[in-house]
Structures are given as structure tokens and as C-alpha cells.
Design a protein around this ligand. Sequence first.
Ligand code: ATR
Length: 276
Amino acid sequence: MSARYAVIGNPIGHTKSPAIHTAFAQATGQDLTYTAIEGKRGGFAAEIDAFRAAGGMGVNITTPFKLDAFAYADRLKPVAQLAGAVNCLNFADGKAEGENFDGLGLTRDIVANLGVALRGKRILLLGAGGAARGVLLPFLHEQPEELVIVNRTLAKAIAISEQFASHGTIIATGYEALSGERAGQYDVVVNATSASLHHELPPVPASVFRSGALAYELLYGKGLTPFLRLAREAGVTRLADGVGMLVEQAAEAFAWWRGIRPETAGMINKMTVKLT
Ligand code: ATR
């Protein structure tokens, strides 16, 4: 019987994960099925228990269940522990082990696919919610010169910088502090707010980008979001959305489950929507 995997979320109709993992399985010769489960709010644990009882070997977790998955895990990898959220569970040894590959996927996309080294660079991360928390540790591992987290609710950014203090320095600030001496300082600016979902623009000044900067929108497949438009109008020519991150985190999950890492470039090319 094929090994069973799935993605669980709500809503789940839009998910690209089954297509990605099915293509990975074909490309690597792995015998598995990967389906989508629309979970009921409050019903995560029961759904996962049933999936495991039916032979499920692992799941990806998307909105709104990443915190439920965190609570469900018997063991947590360090990135997931610090992020406070789990996007991948592995049931291989009879226990549920939780990991979060979002940050590693983003980092791989920036460094390996887009060819932008993060070492020694100045990084600005917009937002201090679940998405932002997941990328901080992988970013710190790249040893940037400076990592700044900016949030509308400053207290949340400060709390995160304190929580991560033993792993490296994260400067927490408010948007108003990005003008003045921080203008023109950032090589990589990542929008990890949920503003784009509502066609909103975080109050980031157009002056933050350094010459040659990369502007990265975590949301994918929406073309030019207000944040990417701001960057383009500020003269930024390196624009990216989260499609590469999506495919790379899927490849990491696949490798963790199956012990073989699929090639990602073809899939990213196929899924990329032009940013114009
Ligand atoms: P996610 O899991 O997608 O990160 P979240 O945990 O609800 O979602 O966090 C959303 C993030 O986007 C928060 O940092 C939020 O800022 P606040 O903490 O101040 O609420 C940020 N955000 C959402 N809409 C925004 C907007 N229009 N401008 C700036 N930041 C915004």
C-alpha cells in the first residue's frame, strides 16, 4: 500500500500542496499518496488521530491549524519550538514530531534560488505574527549584519526580540522609526504581515530600500501586491513573492518524510506568476 500524507487546513480548496508533493513523488520514484483534508475548527486532534489510524505517515499544516499542530506534537524541533507554530508533522516512529519549514523554505529561496546571500546583509522583517516568527531563526543562522523586526503593535516585536535573545540580536522597532537614520539601509525587506491579504499596505516608508535591494512578499500568486508595488515605485528591481518559499518548504517536508530531496526549480518555474 502507498504511504499516505496530507495537508490539513480550512479553507483548503486553494491548496497547491497535493500537486507539488505528487509531482515530487513521481520525480523521485516514491510510492505515496498526498491528499487535502478540510479540518473542522476545534477538531484538529481528532482528524489527525483518524488519519494516523488509517496509516497516515505525515501531514502539512496550514491556516488555521499551525498552533493546534504545535499543541498536538509529542516532540518539537528547535525552529518549531521557537516559532510557536508547526507546519509539518512526522509520524514515522509512532510519535508525532513537529517542525516548521516556512523559514528554511524562505531562506533557501532567497539564498539559493534568487542568489541573494543574507550573510552580512541588513534585513528588515515586516510583521510579528506567526509567519514572521517562523522565519527568524533560519534568518539568524545566515548571520546577517542586522536583523530588524518592525510591527504596528510594537510590544509584539519587542517580545519576540526578547524571546530570541539567546539565538542572536533582533532589533525591534515601530514603522515611524524607519524614516530618518534607517532610511536606505535595507538589502532585504520581507513582508510577513497579513496586510496584502486585505489589499493593504503596511506603513513602511518607500525610502527603506538600499540600492540593489530585494523586496519579498510572503503571499504568493497574487501578482504585484501593494507592498511590491511600493518597492517597484521606489526603484527596487528585485521583487519576489512566496511561491519559491512554498515549493522549498514542501521539498524540506518531503525530504524529512522520505529521505530524498526533490529538485525544485522546475516546479517553481511552472508556478511562478509574473510580477508586473
Ligand atoms: P500570520 O499568521 O499570517 O502572521 P497574524 O499572526 O494574525 O497572522 O499576524 C499578522 C501580522 O500582520 C501582525 O504582525 C499584524 O500587525 P499587528 O500585530 O500590529 O496586528 C500585521 N498586519 C496586519 N495587517 C497590517 C497592516 N495593514 N499594516 C501593518 N501590519 C499589519
